[in-house]
Ligand binder design. Structure first.
Ligand code: ADP
Ligand code: MG
Length: 323
């Protein structure tokens, strides 16, 4: 199968062309319509085998996750997904792998309403790059920089389950079958908090998606906003599956583990009731973790109200630390 047949079979023939796609896959570049009053939000994330996902990851999950991690970035800006491109480096043309990969990719694309408009395909080590484009009303995008001292800090969903999945794959913990499913689903099929991000437009003062661990990512809000952040460890939302292993694993996977793809955001304290009202319609938990303050860095208070020492923050690809 040559490159063009491959693109047609697994990507071009499955791509939807509605939603502002003027020229899609098959030309030198795509052309898309940005509606008046909207701005384009652009993000890209690359997944490399053995670094961002274990080699044994099912191809459908790789396809799904490659798109969804980008959607999580669009969510953190408060934007609505519109279009994406796909850069694939493949060691070989493996048709059953491509079939599963493409199925997982389009499952996410259809679920979250985003259209594939182009890409590039080369031979090389397994690398999947996605660039996602979203739309946001002019001047309204959520950023990391807008938090004020006294703003409340929130997080959606539960934290740490994806890190627990990696601990499980490394043999550090041995969960029962139902916990294994919870952890692996969270690792391979994260949920981008798109609705939450969109509903936070005009509400949240700053936002970020938690991809490198809560402490590291909240640290970005703090740094960009020129403030410090204080959170209470006991408030961190954990799944029942995580709680089963809390004695063994402690809080570190929830505090510094990566791959959660929840939203962490700040809110002026006077709007807490309004937020609680909005969040009643959400399909995930909402938890207040703490408060932004004058200062710098992230302080985590333990059960006794004293600051904990965590060592180096979240996941960092250039340090020896393994998340
Ligand atoms: P060019 O040589 O101009 O870069 P290509 O031959 O690489 O064009 O690609 C042909 C068409 O197929 C282009 O429209 C490109 O966007 C699209 N394409 C290539 N690879 C992919 C892919 N993995 N997924 C979606 N579209 C792709
Ligand atoms: Mg090309």
């Amino acid at each position: 199968m040559n490159e063009f047949a491959l693109i047609d079979r697994y990507f071009e023939s499955r791509a939807r062309r509605d939603g502002g796609v003027v020229i899609g896959i098959g030309d030198d570049a795509a052309v898309c319509t940005v509606p008046p009053g909207q701005e384009l939000v652009v993000t890209t994330d690359i997944l490399v085998e053995n670094i961002h996902f274990p080699a044994a990851t099912p191809a459908a999950d790789i396809g799904y996750k490659a798109l969804v991690v980008n959607l999580s970035d669009l969510a953190a800006m408060g934007s609505t997904p519109a279009w994406f491109t796909l850069t694939l480096s493949l060691p070989e043309v493996n048709e059953s792998w491509l079939e599963a990969f493409s199925t997982g990719l389009f499952e996410a694309a259809h679920r979250f309403g985003i259209r594939l408009v182009g890409g590039d395909t080369v031979r090389g080590p397994l690398v999947v790059g996605v660039q996602a484009l979203g739309l946001v009303p002019e001047g309204r995008a959520l950023t990391r920089a807008g938090a004020r001292a006294g703003d409340l800090i929130y997080v959606t969903g539960n934290l740490g389950d994806a890190a627990m999945a990696l601990d499980m794959l490394n043999g550090a913990i041995l969960p029962g079958p139902s916990e294994q499913t919870v952890f692996m689903t969270r690792l391979n099929r994260p949920v981008p908090r798109l609705r939450q991000g969109q509903e936070l437009l005009g509400m949240a003062s700053a936002a970020i998606d938690v991809s490198d661990g809560l402490v590291a990512d909240l640290g970005h809000i703090a740094a960009r906003s020129g403030l410090g952040a204080i959170i209470e460890r006991e408030r961190i939302p954990l799944s029942d599956a995580y709680r089963t292993h809390l004695g063994e694993s402690g809080w570190l996977p929830a505090l510094t583990g990566g791959d959660d793809y929840e939203l962490c955001f700040t809110l002026p304290a006077g709007r807490a009731d309004e937020l609680r009202w909005i969040a009643r319609g959400w399909d995930c938990a909402l938890t207040q973790l703490g408060t932004m303050c004058v200062g710098s860095g992230v302080t985590v208070l333990g059960q006794d109200g004293k600051p904990l020492s965590l060592g180096a923050g979240g996941h960092d690809h250039f340090s020896a630390q393994v998340s």
